[in-house]
Design a protein around this ligand. Structure first.
Ligand SMILES: Nc1nc2c(ncn2[C@@H]2O[C@H](COP(=O)(O)OP(=O)(O)OP(=O)(O)O)[C@@H](O)[C@H]2O)c(=O)[nH]1
Ligand SMILES: [Zn+2]
Length: 388
């Protein structure tokens, strides 16, 4: 008979076989959680370690911890567009603009949570009394901005060179810059199916929902399978597919500001009419900037910016999504070829680049409603969305 001790030994994973991606993902995921709660973290890179804290959420305690371990006065890392807005002048080439982060020297009087929030947030009241000087920390700055974006925080961080020994004394987490940059790829390729169920839908009674979770334990992505996709593929066909990024306002509340609600329901209805199809419902709210930032972007749109410039003004790219998530899900669903319902050329190119055969495109357009007309026009004029 096997004793409980032996059984435990048999089930123990072989820790002598390293799984670097699992370890690095775990660290990055923890670092993101720390940043979100205002705790500083250490970022290791070729230029030496930096301690960073998110300007949006850091409080007096976080700033005191940062000061305790810093080897030099802190700077504020900002995305170039935000830095230019704070300085009220363009950030010249060679000053971090092309590296993804610009560092502003922070006089001690500005090391205050409310002032930092106002520097980070284009929607907040401007509290900056004087113009700070520009300094540059190129590569590590870019990784810090990337870490804040992973946490869907405003990409603005207080940062300073750090003594790792001092950081260890305060139990601050340390993470490698390369791991931060590799994280999205690892998360997308580590998705596995975790649950599924038959869920009859109003527009497609023969539907199943399948949930996928990444190895980091982050938010799940969903696939909605309509009809018998496997049978269609076995007969040599290519099913309709829709990559739909989550939109709380449009999908759930019927917001008039976008076309997501009609696109979601419309795609499912089309798949039912067509006999089968797959809709990938991706946890990439607001083109990957998150709901909180999308609300900020909406406020900027009310002040006159379009949907693209509003994203940039808060320090994010126009579209932060990666469609590797969608390709991994299709692969796991054994769907190697699709006809894509979309007007977005990036989705076609993104899927094809990840090895999915995109055998055709079906236009997926809905009439404007009077409120979303400018949004739809911007998608066409500035994102290059296809006309028909
Ligand atoms: N940041 C930001 N995101 C928005 C805005 N309006 C809608 N979104 C998001 O855009 C995403 C919807 O885009 P998709 O439905 O994938 O469509 P698309 O990229 O326009 O391409 P199509 O396939 O042609 O529809 C959702 O995540 C929405 O939350 C906005 O003004 N700002
Ligand atoms: Zn929407």
């Amino acid at each position: 008979m096997t004793s409980p001790g032996n059984l435990a030994t048999d089930l123990r994973p072989n820790l002598s076989v390293p799984d670097p991606s699992a370890l690095s993902m775990r660290l990055v995921h923890r670092a993101v959680s720390d940043l979100r709660r205002g705790t500083p973290v250490v970022l290791r890179g070729p230029e030496g370690p930096l301690v960073v804290a998110a300007a949006e959420v850091v409080g007096a305690r976080g700033l005191a911890e940062l000061a305790e371990v810093a080897l030099a006065p802190p700077v504020l890392l900002l995305a170039p567009v935000r830095a230019a807005a704070v300085l009220q002048r363009p950030v010249p080439q060679g000053q971090g603009a092309e590296e993804g982060a610009v560092a502003l020297r922070l006089p001690a009087s500005l090391l205050d949570p409310a002032v930092l929030r106002s520097l980070a947030d284009p929607v907040a009241e401007r509290l900056l009394p004087e113009m700070p000087e520009l300094t540059i920390i190129p590569a590590l700055g870019a990784a810090a901005i990337a870490l804040a974006k992973l946490g869907r925080l405003l990409p603005a961080l207080v940062a300073a060179p750090v003594s790792e020994t001092a950081a260890l004394r305060l139990s601050l987490l340390a993470v490698d810059q390369a791991d931060v940059m590799a994280y999205p790829h690892h998360a997308a390729t580590s998705l596995t199916r975790v649950a599924e169920a038959r869920v009859p839908l109003e527009d497609a009674p023969d539907s199943r929902i399948i949930a996928f979770r990444a190895a980091d334990g982050g938010i799940e992505h969903l696939a909605i399978l309509v009809g018998d996709v496997a049978a269609l593929l076995a007969a040599g066909g290519a099913p309709l597919a829709r990559i739909h990024s989550e939109c709380f306002t449009g999908d759930l509340l019927g917001s008039l500001k976008c076309d997501c609600g009609p696109q979601l329901r419309g795609a499912i209805a089309k798949m039912h009419e067509d006999g089968a199809g797959v809709l990938l419902y991706l946890a990439q709210e607001g083109r990957g900037i998150g709901l909180v930032n999308k609300l900020r972007a909406y406020t900027l749109q009310d002040a006159g910016l379009d949907t693209l410039d509003a994203n940039r003004a808060i320090g994010y790219g126009a579209d932060e999504r990666s469609f590797l998530v969608a390709a991994t899900m299709l692969e796991q669903l054994d769907i190697p070829r699709v006809r894509l319902l979309t007007n977005n050329p990036d989705k076609l190119a993104g899927l094809a680049a990840c090895g999915i055969q995109v055998l055709g495109r079906e236009s997926h357009k809905f009439e404007g409603n009077g409120v979303n007309d400018r949004y739809l026009a911007t998608k066409q004029d500035r994102f290059g969305h296809l006309l028909a």
